[in-house]
Design a protein around this ligand. Structure first.
Ligand SMILES: Cc1cc2nc3c(=O)[nH]c(=O)nc-3n(C[C@H](O)[C@H](O)[C@H](O)COP(=O)(O)OP(=O)(O)OC[C@H]3O[C@@H](n4cnc5c(N)ncnc54)[C@H](O)[C@@H]3O)c2cc1C
Length: 385
């Protein structure tokens, strides 16, 4: 039997791949990380200055332990780095009293004993004068919430992985992943590598490498916007938490306080979490137009008038939607040496430390101490009808 070149290869070095590379490298595993671009780039899903971190999860309470684990890891990473990786700001989640988002956040918080407050509109607006909250809405305040900076996080994760002995191969496109009897052969456009197992974290490009797996992974074109705020004093870090307004139609408008020391455009960032146009990550329209600007700004003047102002920058980004909006973390049903990380559906970044640990353990041991069983492929492959 010929020896392998690396114990594990991590395919794709966006946020998820970077976290797996870090978890493997810092455990002393011989690991190769490969990406078609130079990290950190703006062609996939892991760029744009900031990501919301929250734990009282309205999507499903089973994410909460991963959130608790990740928060302490983000805090440690932030302390070790000279860059801002994690900024604890608290979070104000605002929605109709009878709406799902506030109701399910409350449910997760109560089930897992998380610190939280339920604030009436008047009280929330006294604390954070930038916000305007209608009388029939309520504000769920999560003290553990904050901001993760994707550019800084990936830089630090890859940097620590390399410092521990991991190797990076960037600017090289992976063309094939071929399972052989005694190894997995990873072929790029210029080289090939024999490895013991692979973690596939190819973001919106993932489906191309899984033609036979009957799961939906839909890339969608999304937008990020920045404004020159009308009242900068009210939207500075310390005066405004991360905020989100949930609509009855399930879409969410959200935004961030202005935090010094983050990369990217000037201004305050606002965006929308919603269904969007299906796209191909290689040919997606990356130019932006007036309709994109209107979509990002719509509702801002009445919800956070202090943040409203001329748009200073608009950027595209990609979601990869799974069928049910939950992640896919599992071993490939046909070859257990292939670990899949896919379908992050616009909410994966906050959990990178937990995901990195789970993916590393699955690649090395076949199982994981992280409670990710609810994210397995079974729920999608064995569905009825
Ligand atoms: C607008 C927007 C807002 C978001 N907001 C939040 C938020 O507030 N909170 C939160 O938790 N999450 C948020 N998310 C989601 C989060 O950012 C994503 O879940 C996460 O970044 C997904 O990372 P990834 O590594 O799976 O994908 P990617 O970052 O796309 O990485 C995939 C990598 O694979 C590489 N690759 C693909 N094919 C090949 C190939 N053939 N050869 C070599 N390399 C290849 C790509 O170059 C890329 O680097 C948001 C996402 C977007 C787009």
């Amino acid at each position: 039997m010929r020896a392998v070149d690396y114990e594990v290869a991590v395919l794709g070095l966006g946020g998820v791949g970077a976290a797996a590379f870090h978890a493997l490298g810092t455990r002393g595993i011989s690991v190769l990380g490969i990406d078609q671009f130079e990290p950190v780039h703006d062609r996939g899903s892991s760029h744009g200055q900031s990501r919301i971190f929250r734990i009282a999860y309205f999507e499903h309470p089973d994410y909460v332990p991963m959130g608790v684990y990740s928060r302490s890891r983000w805090t440690e990473l932030d302390r070790r780095s000279d860059k801002r990786v994690f900024i604890p700001t608290g979070g104000a989640w605002i929605g109709p009293r009878d709406g799902r988002h506030v109701g399910e956040s409350l449910h997760s918080a109560r089930q897992h004993g998380l610190a939280h407050e339920l604030l009436e509109p008047g009280e929330a607006m006294r604390r954070w004068p930038a916000l305007r909250i209608p009388e029939d809405h309520v504000c769920f305040h999560e003290t553990a919430a904050g901001i993760v900076c994707p550019e800084h996080a990936i830089e630090v994760l890859l940097g620590e992985g390399v410092a521990s002995g991991g190797r990076l191969l960037t600017g090289e496109r992976i063309e094939r992943v071929e399972p052989e009897e005694d190894c997995i052969l990873v072929r790029t456009e210029r080289s090939s590598h024999r490895v013991g197992s692979v973690v596939m974290a190819l973001g919106p490009w993932m489906k191309r490498f899984l033609p036979d797996l009957d799961v939906e992974l839909e890339p969608q074109r999304q937008l990020l916007g920045w404004t020159r705020p009308g009242r900068p004093d009210l939207v500075e870090e310390g005066r405004l938490p991360v905020w989100l307004f949930a609509d009855h139609d399930e879409s969410i408008q959200y935004g961030f306080p202005r935090c010094p020391g983050l990369p990217g455009p000037e201004g305050v960032k606002v965006a929308r979490h919603c269904r969007a146009e299906r796209c191909d990550p290689d040919t997606m329209r990356r130019e932006v137009d007036d309709a994109d600007e209107r979509m990002v700004l719509d509702g801002l003047a009445s919800r956070v008038p202090a943040a409203f102002g001329p748009v200073t920058s608009l950027k595209t980004c990609l979601y990869t939607m799974s069928e049910d909006g939950h992640f896919i973390i599992d071993r490939h049903p046909q070859d257990h040496r292939v670990v899949l990380a896919a379908g992050f559906s616009g909410h994966g970044f906050k959990f990178l430390p937990a995901l990195g640990t789970a993916l590393a353990e699955l690649a090395l041991d076949g199982g994981t101490s992280m409670p990710v069983g609810f994210l397995g492929l079974d729920r999608l492959l064995h569905r009825q009808g």
